[in-house]
Write a protein that binds this ligand. Sequence first.
Ligand SMILES: Nc1nc2c(ncn2[C@@H]2O[C@H](COP(=O)(O)OP(=O)(O)OP(=O)(O)O)[C@@H](O)[C@H]2O)c(=O)[nH]1
Length: 353
Amino acid sequence: MAFLKKIFSRSDSAETPASPEAPQQTEALPTEDETVTSGGVFARLKSRLSRTSSALTQRIEALVPGKTTIDDEYLDELEEVFLSADVGVKTTMEIMDLVRENVGRSLKVPGDIQPFLRREIGRMISLPAKAETEPAKPHVILVIGVNGSGKTTTTGKLAHKFIGQGKKVVLAAADTFRAAAIEQLAMWAERTGAHIVKHQHGADPSAVAYDATKAALSRHADVLLIDTAGRLHTKSNLMDELSKIERVIGRDIPGAPHETWLVLDGTTGQNALNQARQFLQSVKITGFVLTKLDSTSKGGAIIGIIRELGVPVRYIGIGEGVEDLQEFDAESFVDAIFGVSPSAACEKEEKHV
Ligand SMILES: Nc1nc2c(ncn2[C@@H]2O[C@H](COP(=O)(O)OP(=O)(O)OP(=O)(O)O)[C@@H](O)[C@H]2O)c(=O)[nH]1
């Protein structure tokens, strides 16, 4: 137990949680050289999720020495690992029920646990795929979230991703509240080659959305990404502002916004889940983006978020660089957390090429 406590405290002190109310802003964009690591897409995911992986797998491995059976003490400690890794009470109970049901069957010795968890958690967080439909043109994506969650950075990274897929992208700098946000998005536009529509600091965000909608239509853009100011679901004036933006876009592009993505700061662990739950009560959210998973051991929260809210996680942020946004794939996520054999890792890289 003393050993476990030591691991817990080491990992906790490595944490750099960002309070939604007191964001740490970095205005300058990191250069590509600073952010692109060697190795493929899966290798990068695995290395960036190493803190979360340690919080789960190393602690689970630490339960094994000396133990040859899966007894009640082992199960209690396993449960503790999930709770400490911010998976959440409800989802932890669900995982533990599954484990208990299988003890003595597919789970005979502690060494059977990790492969079992990889398979079962992978299944738990794989949501059924939506039927593929031709995306509307322009496909309008509204990016929302609390202060400092990573909205502007995510919007920039998304622009890079879509442009890389050969799409024409228009960015709307509808975060007119934070002066630097307009500048920050303009830098992303310059860097990615996206067209940006921006007004002055303090301008009406729906006026920006209106102009951006017109620009996206006249330029025949494939995607319109709208970055919005940080807001809490409890601030009714800010939620009204969001409704106004939605109305303005919807007037010119029927059905828009086609997507509303809530950006959640992954370093806040269970708070991200609570925040998402509260936003869902007032906004129709079609997907989540979990950011900053590279700087947290609380990435296990994603398991609870998907399981408890049933809304897909579309992307995950794993660094500050332009390439550090990956489409969320449940199988790759659990493989990165619970480990895959070197040969399976090679196959994964090939799949991503
Ligand atoms: N390590 C890491 N940092 C990130 C990631 N995504 C965003 N950030 C950093 O988080 C900080 C806040 O990001 P922003 O994109 O400015 O956040 P925002 O939600 O637009 O902020 P407001 O406009 O104030 O609401 C910046 O320093 C980003 O570089 C990520 O995936 N990993």
